[in-house]
Write a protein that binds this ligand. Sequence first.
Ligand SMILES: Cc1cc2nc3c(=O)[nH]c(=O)nc-3n(C[C@H](O)[C@H](O)[C@H](O)COP(=O)(O)OP(=O)(O)OC[C@H]3O[C@@H](n4cnc5c(N)ncnc54)[C@H](O)[C@@H]3O)c2cc1C
Length: 514
Amino acid sequence: MTDESIQWDFVVIGGGASGLGSAIDAVSRGFKTLLLESHDFCKGTSSRSTKLIHGGVRYMAQGYIDLVKEALKERGLLSHNAAHLVKTQDFVIPNYTLWNSFLYAAGLTFYDFLSGKLSLGKTRLIGKKKTLKELPNIKAEGLRSGVVYTDGQFDDSRLGINMAQTIDDLGGCAINYMEADGFIKNEQGKIIGVEATDKISGKKYTIHCKVVINATGVFANEILNEDNPHHGKFIVPSQGIHIVLNKSFLLSDNAVMIPKTSDGRVLFIVPWHDKCLVGTTDTLVEEPNYEPRALEKEIEFVMESAQMYLNKKPTRKDVLSVFAGLRPLAAPKQAGKSTKEVSRSHKVVAHESGMLTLTGGKWTSYRKMAKDVIDKAIEVHELTKAECRTHRLSIHGNIPKKEVDRSSHLYVYGSDIPQIKEIQQEKPEYAAKIHSNYGYTFAEVIWAIREEMALTVEDILARRVRLLFLDAQAAIDCAPKIASVVAQEIGKDKKWEESQVDEFTKLARNYLLG
Ligand SMILES: Cc1cc2nc3c(=O)[nH]c(=O)nc-3n(C[C@H](O)[C@H](O)[C@H](O)COP(=O)(O)OP(=O)(O)OC[C@H]3O[C@@H](n4cnc5c(N)ncnc54)[C@H](O)[C@@H]3O)c2cc1C
């Protein structure tokens, strides 16, 4: 990349699900591809999801059948292409009226039918007794039945990191901490390159390419206005929050789905890395932010909804972490539409300058979204035709489903596990745990630095080992040790170490509920 004489076919701006997916699609078709991420991979929305690989039951209820069918197909493909990260998850809907028993059993049977051969498991209606066995902590009063259905569950930023590695494995180049901050245009106003700044060294680069893909999620407006100052707003950010609790509040390996909370939204309680996530909300926000904060009314809403359905009721002091993410929804054409009504389908837009923007959609559908934007780019730029090859393309780390051993927390590393175990043997301190309550060892930290492009304490604790999202206080507690190991591994001094701890602690405090 440092060689500015390279002529790239594609420069993809943005290292979240959409950008990483687009770069994999382009490079696997044989195009010379460079991805630029201004922060760390998945720093934005792509590390802050509900961690579901799903068709979207709510979208089905809203009548978006094609969208659900497409996502269910993608769910099936991804559970094969990234089997180490996507697991089959049973969900139970507790029903408190007979009508709901019938409605959700019929609806979820149709949901399963839409997945065709890629079904992950059959929907079934179970009685009250069985429902309480499956969900021992669910409110028993008034309970009539349960509907069990199956969807996919994953680790979002770990998939993103593996996707960045896939780009490199395929001969492309994915760089973090490299911000796209300008365009080079020819006399006809067409983009022929990108200006970028290395945010670590401050060095500026001029990069030449045939096509630029803008995959910057909620930050897309900035890039669009950089291209054309009259562009205006294209994205509406809608915030969703999650709280993380001990699994004792779920007492089950099943997830709970409440189809209609008091504000009409779906509420999920999902087991994740031995904790459970509860969410989410849908709150329109004015401006995007790299560290969006959960609003008090959102926290109250999620807490109250959880308390309403759980016997052992969580309180604020039980919250181990709270995080917020911003949905990059395509702006509605009709003014006044609520964010719940704005289409969740993705959009591909080809601009006058030749740049293409990919936005909206969801994690689950990233492969199809990427295919659509690269197909469009080939058409608009009259590039040599090459078919999409990602249908059965393994993501870095993929191993056959039956070989995935979830009894060890290392399972998320898939085919890389033996190399992490080798690092544990390198030095006794690398086999030590980073925190006494968690299984993560310093070997994963070393691996993250050597092989996963992690550069800071935050990169490691937020998006490689996920401790910030699981238990923010534990993450704060082990930050000094992590900083010291990183400093040794990459040759940084004490001052750097201290500033890393300060920066991380400041950021992580926002994940604690006061
Ligand atoms: C609360 C919530 C729950 C969700 N749950 C699910 C779920 O369970 N399942 C599901 O399938 N989907 C879910 N989604 C949707 C999904 O998470 C998003 O659709 C997806 O992550 C968006 O990815 P993205 O790449 O478009 O955006 P982002 O992940 O935000 O990536 C954009 C990237 O662009 C980078 N960038 C910005 N400007 C520049 C620049 N100038 N130069 C270089 N890089 C730049 C940013 O740093 C960022 O990393 C959820 C979303 C939210 C908010």
